[in-house]
Design a protein around this ligand. Structure first.
Ligand code: TMO
Length: 312
């Protein structure tokens, strides 16, 4: 019902099908879904928009790093959210192996250690990482002994935080979660009791509308930090820096996408999300409790001008 309304809406805008391009294949376009909310909702947004244009789509869950090999080999066709802070290395390799850069979103992104604002009083000198390190004892748990606990991301997000802790000789231990929901449950539990916590977070996300807090400032990122041990304050280690504070968000597609589905490919090259649009996509599920599919329908209804601009 709602889906038909979406089609009707796009139809009314004169945006349903019919164009000068060659026809798209009737095979499904395989859109990759990952394990964080905005990516799943916005993949559904893209899928529903392509369906409104007559394309078939299939959603394929994939590991955040392995998806790049799948796209380079043509097993999957499109990924909507390539985050610089966690995927740049795998993305670059996939381009060298034949995947296609579908361009950047308007959004500017950051992924790193994050803490609630009430900790500024508990750990004077924050957000500087050295002040956090000096405060490690306040973040110690049964699991981490005398070390501070950093609640880290699921393994497939491609971060190197245990290496960073070692490279910067921090008195911390990473305790990774299995899924994003655990990050938010840990944050909520600490926040309710005003207990110290430092965890992995990113922006844009629904978190910034619900919790007050900020990123820890680590030594400023430069690409050499990841490849040249001599760079940075530890001359014998890579990863002695933070993640990019103004990272890109890109899209990637298979070689086949352009060839088999030229109309869809032209739309996907134009797809661009802003920071508030991404945060809102996450919020529709993580705060309002919608399914990703319904969240995508709602998102399309409230962002008609944006969708229209992709179809012109
Ligand atoms: C890739 N992520 C947005 C979860 O940091």
């Amino acid at each position: 019902m709602k889906y038909l309304r979406t089609i009707a809406l796009l139809g009314a805008l004169g945006l349903v099908s019919g164009s000068a391009f060659a026809e798209d294949s009737s095979d499904p376009i395989k859109i990759v879904t990952n394990n964080w909310t905005s990516q799943v909702v916005l993949s559904n947004v893209i899928g529903q928009v392509l369906e409104s244009q007559g394309d078939k789509v299939e959603y394929k869950p994939s590991d955040t790093q392995l998806q790049f090999t799948a796209i380079a080999s043509g097993d999957m066709d499109f990924q909507a959210e390539v985050w610089e802070g966690s995927m740049a290395e795998s993305f670059d390799k996939s381009l060298a192996a034949g995947a296609v850069d579908y361009g950047a979103h308007q959004a500017v992104t950051r992924e790193d250690w994050w803490y609630p604002a009430y900790m500024n009083e508990m750990c004077p000198g924050l957000p500087d990482w050295k002040a956090l390190d000096a405060c490690a004892a306040k973040l110690a748990t049964a699991d981490t002994g005398t070390k501070g606990r950093f609640v880290g991301p699921p393994a497939d997000w491609g971060k190197h935080y245990s290496e960073r802790i070692q490279a910067l000789k921090m008195n911390f231990q990473e305790v990774p979660v299995g899924q994003a929901a655990t990050l938010w449950a840990e944050l909520q539990a600490a926040y309710d009791r005003k207990e110290p916590i430092v965890l992995f977070n990113w922006t844009p996300n629904f978190i910034e509308a619900k919790f007050e807090g900020q990123f820890v400032e680590f030594p400023k990122y430069e690409p050499a930090c990841l490849t040249d041990p001599k760079w940075g304050q530890n001359p014998d280690a890579v990863y002695d820096c933070g993640a990019p504070a103004s990272g890109y968000l890109k899209k990637v597609g298979s070689k086949e996408l352009d060839q088999k589905w030229p109309k869809a490919a032209a739309i996907l090259k134009k797809v661009s999300f802003t920071n508030p649009q991404i945060a809102a996509a996450a919020s529709l599920v993580d705060v309002d409790g919608l399914t990703p599919e319904d969240a995508a329908k709602k998102w399309i209804e409230t962002n008609q001008d944006t969708v229209k601009s992709w179809l012109q």
